[in-house]
Design a protein around this ligand. Structure first.
Ligand code: SF4
Length: 357
């Protein structure tokens, strides 16, 4: 099996996908791409949340033309999502796109595929082959009867074969399904079949709540096996939420080095402070921190101090007050109504110290 470290490294703008243990976070704009102002505003919000690459729909020539202006105003690689129309792919490439998501088997006549491959080669732009269980080619549905793991991997190989025949190897592959076990099996089989890096996703996963659970189950299983060089969490929600979930998921596997982690207790009858609101506020506060500190928020003085000592900075509640811990040492007691502000100040000090080193 090709694990992420052993996959072929593929350059996308200033990023490299594959060939290392790094997992890149992606999302997709919900705006009309031709609306440059709205698209740029959304991408800048995604960047701030930690998105490293972003995809936009290129479904008409206005969208393809807008790429030029969007590229000038953003700081992360931009990917064009194109279905069928090779002229849109050529226009997107001409306008400076960093990666094209298109399935070569769906482009049509060979000379159209050749034109796209030639343009990609000239500009060093990779192609992502996006297999989706819900839109498999007819010849595969006829062969297998319905979408299966084997059909998905065969579809990927079909598209890969077309590109390899043209001596094109800057390929990234995704095999998305909304059925979690099917997606896991397809990605596993793909990782055993070729060394192109895999972009992970559970498609049409659902809302913020259900989609997060479903994506964490499927993508988490794959990440734990060492599969996947880039991820997108697909949610029926603000795409910023996709990035937040992706960062949290990568943190769970130690696959992100620029994010702060919150440790908070589930509370019990020993709770002496308003822990839920403090934990939520701290989570929001640290979500934009780009250094790997650990912050703990614990409810009481029974288990609290021991756990808080494991973190870089933490609090343990007591009746009407809390204890602040830094690097395992209790630094002071603070009244409950000042606890949050004092913790934020201490977090800032630790982040500054970290950034100086
Ligand atoms: Fe209960 Fe204290 Fe443990 Fe929180 S830290 S779960 S309040 S015992």
């Amino acid at each position: 099996m090709f694990l992420r470290k052993q996959t072929r490294p593929i350059k996308v703008g200033n990023l490299t996908i594959g060939g290392s243990d790094e997992v890149v976070i992606q999302s997709m704009c919900t705006t009309k791409t031709a609306n440059v102002e709205a698209t740029v505003a959304e991408i800048l919000r995604l960047e701030e949340a930690g998105c490293q690459m972003v995809r936009v729909t290129v479904n008409n020539m206005e969208a393809a033309e807008a790429i030029k202006e969007i590229k000038k105003q953003i700081h992360i690689p931009l990917v064009a999502d194109i279905h069928f129309d090779y002229r849109l792919a050529l226009a997107a490439i001409e306008n400076g796109i960093d990666k094209v998501r298109i399935n070569p088997g769906n482009i049509g006549r060979r000379e159209k595929v050749e034109a796209v491959v030639k343009a990609c080669k000239e500009k060093g732009i990779p192609i992502r082959i996006g297999v989706n269980a819900g839109s498999l080619e007819n010849h595969l549905l006829e062969k297998y009867g319905y979408p299966t793991t084997e059909a998905m991997v065969e579809s990927a190989k079909f598209h890969i074969g077309i590109l390899e025949e043209l001596d094109f190897h800057d390929i990234i592959v995704s095999l998305k399904a909304s059925d979690v076990p099917m997606a896991i099996a397809a990605y596993r089989m793909a990782a055993e079949s070729f060394d192109y890096p895999l972009h992970l996703g559970i498609t049409e996963a659902g809302t913020l709540f259900s989609g997060t659970v479903k994506s964490a189950a499927g993508i988490g299983a794959l990440l734990s096996m060492g599969i996947g060089s880039t991820v997108r969490i697909s949610l029926s929600a603000d795409p910023v939420e996709e990035v937040k979930v992706a960062r949290e998921l990568l943190k769970s596997f130690g696959l992100i080095s620029n994010a702060a982690t919150l440790i908070s207790c589930p509370t019990c009858g020993r709770l002496d402070i308003d822990l839920f609101s403090i934990a939520n506020e701290v989570e929001e506060y640290i979500s934009k921190i780009k250094v790997p500190i650990k912050v703990s928020v614990l409810g009481c003085a029974v288990n609290g101090p021991g756990e808080a000592r494991e973190a870089d900075i933490g609090i343990a509640g007591a009746r009407g007050e809390g204890m602040l811990f830094r690097y395992g040492e209790m630094i002071r007691k603070v009244p409950e109504d000042e606890l949050l502000n004092e913790l934020k100040k201490e977090i800032d000090i630790i982040v500054e110290a970290y950034e100086r080193t």
